[in-house]
Design a protein around this ligand. Structure first.
Ligand SMILES: [Zn+2]
Length: 296
């Protein structure tokens, strides 16, 4: 990210997206915390050009994920588990469904295999090419805010690990609300900075990395935010994630903070390659799964 010169903004007059107040105090480094509701965001504003540069191909191949594509087994297991929850909540009629931030198309593939009509968008060119050409999914490159979709065309919108990356999450969620029919659903996952694990890690929590992560919700500020947008929150709780041992070590060795990084670098050398293919389910309590509904 060092190649980019990111302007640090002054949030001083910006209204908090969760409570509307404009009283911010310094938190960790570029992070600011709302004095009234506790919502945390980075004091950074990205231009469209900066967003495009941030999410070029290397973003998914080493910059933030070790090698996203090589970890297909984990993505498959995570999305299968998530689809089971979505099905339980939505009942028989899941879909048509739209994904904002569809990346390589693993979620769309999961839905398509289950017979759910779906489409997605992403700002990254290469992942979308993969989603279309390799996965055969209905994905397109673009900015969700400039897409023209018809109201009522989709019964559900998904933003998996996406909202934390957005400069204006209120515009995205507002657009989702406008497009949904009454009874429609919004599903998302993001880090929970209010979790015990994140509190314990403090500034070293692995999810803190501006400028890719700009918004830092807790379950409380997430509820406030969605209610303010008109949604009724049906579920907001931590979710386990399936992780591959090799990929996890790769990631921590690269991005780990404090003692975790040298430990991962050492383990990377010691763990036999066969064992790196194995995986495990882990719930650190700091990733939240959110289901919200447009009730009116
Ligand atoms: Zn606030």
């Amino acid at each position: 990210m060092s190649a980019l010169s990111i302007p640090i903004q002054s949030l001083a007059r910006s209204a908090c997206i969760c409570c509307g107040s404009a009283r911010w105090k310094e938190y960790f480094r570029v992070l600011r915390k709302c004095r009234d509701c506790g919502f945390i965001r980075a004091d950074i504003d990205l231009t469209h050009e900066q967003v495009r540069k941030l999410y070029q191909e290397d973003y998914f191949q080493g910059e933030e994920y070790g090698d996203y594509l090589a970890d297909a087994v984990s993505h498959g297991k995570n999305f299968a588990a998530r689809l089971a929850v979505v099905r339980r909540l939505m009942g028989r009629n899941v879909g048509p469904l739209f994904e904002v931030g569809c990346a390589y198309g693993f979620w769309l593939q999961q839905c398509s295999l289950a017979g759910i009509q779906c489409a997605g968008v992403d700002v990254c060119v290469e992942p979308v090419r993969h989603a279309r050409m390799v996965m055969g999914q209905n994905a397109q490159v673009g900015d969700f805010l400039s897409l023209s979709l018809s109201r009522g065309q989709y019964r559900a919108f998904c933003l998996w690990d996406t909202i934390e990356h957005l400069s204006q999450p209120e515009q995205f969620v507002g657009k989702v609300y406008d497009l949904l029919p009454p009874g429609g659903w919004l599903f998302l996952t993001t880090g929970d900075i209010g979790s015990a694990f994140a509190s314990w890690r403090g500034p070293r929590w692995r999810m803190i990395h501006p400028p890719t992560h700009l918004q830092y919700f807790s379950t409380e500020t997430m509820r406030r935010f969605l209610n303010r947008q008109g949604f009724q929150v049906m579920r907001c709780q931590s979710t386990p994630m399936y992780r591959n041992i090799g990929e996890t070590l790769e990631r921590v060795a690269k991005l780990g903070k404090g003692i975790s990084r040298p430990i991962a670098q050492t383990l990377k050398q010691l763990v036999p390659s066969g064992a790196k293919e194995l995986g495990f389910w882990l719930d650190l309590g700091d990733i939240m799964f959110v289901a919200a509904r447009k009730t009116k």
